[in-house]
Design a protein around this ligand. Sequence first.
Ligand SMILES: *[C@@H]1O[C@H](CO)[C@@H](O)[C@H](O)[C@H]1NC(C)=O
Ligand SMILES: *[C@@H]1O[C@H](CO)[C@@H](O)[C@H](O)[C@H]1NC(C)=O
Ligand SMILES: *[C@@H]1O[C@H](CO)[C@@H](O)[C@H](O)[C@H]1NC(C)=O
Ligand SMILES: *[C@@H]1O[C@H](CO)[C@@H](O)[C@H](O)[C@H]1NC(C)=O
Length: 514
Amino acid sequence: MVLLNLYIVYFVVCILSVNSTCTTNNDEDVRKFPLNFAFGTATSAYQIEGAWNVSGKGENIWDKYVHKNPNVVIDKSNGDVACDSYHQYDRDIEMLKELGVDYYRFSLSWSRLLPTGSVANVNNDGVDYYNNLINGLLKHNIIPFVTIYHWDLPQKLQDLGGWTNPIIQDFFEDYANFVFRQFGDRVQHWLTFNEPKQICLCGYGQTTFAPGLNMTGVGDYMCGHNLLLSHARVFHLYDKKFRIKQAGSIGITIEGTWSEPFSSSKEDFNAAERFMEFEAGWFMNPIFSIKGDYPAVMKERIAVNSAIQGFSKSRLPEFTEEQIRLLKGSSDFLGLNFYCSTMARHINTNVSSEPSYEDDANVYSYVNQSWPHAASSWLTVTPWGFHNYLNRIKNLYDNPEVIITENGYSTWGGLVDNDRIKYINLHLNALLDAIKDGSKVTGYTVWSLMDNFEWQQGYSEKFGMYEVDFQDPSRKRIPRKSAKYFIDVIRTKSVKHYDPEYYEINDCTNSVYV
Ligand SMILES: *[C@@H]1O[C@H](CO)[C@@H](O)[C@H](O)[C@H]1NC(C)=O
Ligand SMILES: *[C@@H]1O[C@H](CO)[C@@H](O)[C@H](O)[C@H]1NC(C)=O
Ligand SMILES: *[C@@H]1O[C@H](CO)[C@@H](O)[C@H](O)[C@H]1NC(C)=O
Ligand SMILES: *[C@@H]1O[C@H](CO)[C@@H](O)[C@H](O)[C@H]1NC(C)=O
């Protein structure tokens, strides 16, 4: 009924603007989403909150890393103030209301709630902040979708080794128990982790993310192991202690990049498969596959390389049978972050004497220069890769429920962001193609609500549907054209069909609301 009303509004407005820029609006151009499909947008604590050293917040690994190594960030910036959402959250809620989203995906800052990482020290100002945010969202019928960990580990826990120390499992379980108790009466949608591969590969294998441990082929696998076990423990904690009372669901978000074989040769095909198994399969296989455990290709290759390099056992830690069982199925849905695709080619190299993830995966992976890309050079526009990736998940993991927890496009700024609209439109169409093929995708989240601290890229690359003025002390936010586009998608629960022959952004859809 409600949807029907929306359609009438949409139709009438379109007719009214036919004389200006509105092109024909045939029924077959409009593709509808299922009734229960939900739309949202996402941010994360360190990227938006600011207020890094006030109101009792403890230091986290990103605070420390960027203060100590300002040169790792392209514009030498940091998240000290960011979008100042710690003070501007009312405006954030207002923007979400303007967009009409069903839900808002944001993350909790562990060190704002528990400054030392331990439940022995609670920061009540931090609890108040998230209570205010959650209550404000609910007041406007916006569902809070909460990421428990989005990269900002309390520094005190890093001093103990962070995700390489198995003791982190106890700390993470305590922290999760704390947030379920504090917020679970109102929050019914949870994610344990955002992008484990990035946490472990970039933070512990390399130096691109905090804590910059630079122990490739060793630190990354230890991190992944403890992270997976932490995830399983928190899933079962929720299942046993909170699920019935709080009636919610809990999952994990993993980023997937489609890998396109360079040729039809068996070697290139295997290289592409290996790339995807080492990247996302590392975390998806233990949780979502029927067999569980790490992907076979990872176990084999890392064991062989470790032996050649003189290690007494594989650098990839082993799960016990019990741990494999606890991990299998430990997610109510798969949160998928999808941005882009890469090419994969087979390479013939000898294993080097030093351990490395690159050696273990042994794939020549590169950006195909003929594909369009966003401001971020890695962000190629490959909606067909999105469709392929969703089909892959459906086939490999017995068709789990999937929520797209991130998808988005970077620019260098400006309010007229036609390329972002085009990217979102293409990916929503690819998503509908995947649903048609049988994928159970139930939600779509744009990264991001607003421009924010984009890690190594600082404030240079802009992902926001709202522009943020980082020179303005109040961090003024202004909607871009894409915000207006997304409002339309949500209100009508539909997108225009994409056809490469005639496609242009239809201005009609962008002038209706706001
Ligand atoms: C907090 O950090 C800012 C830099 O972002 C600094 O100027 C300020 O003095 C610090 N405040 C406290 C209370 O340490
Ligand atoms: C990381 O380690 C490698 C070799 O182990 C070294 O060559 C490189 O300089 C290190 N990088 C940083 C930023 O410390
Ligand atoms: C691999 O090692 C062998 C023997 O050590 C050597 O003959 C060969 O050239 C090496 N191949 C590559 C690609 O480096
Ligand atoms: C780039 O992709 C196109 C197809 O989209 C393909 O024909 C071409 O071989 C690729 N180029 C490289 C260098 O991988």
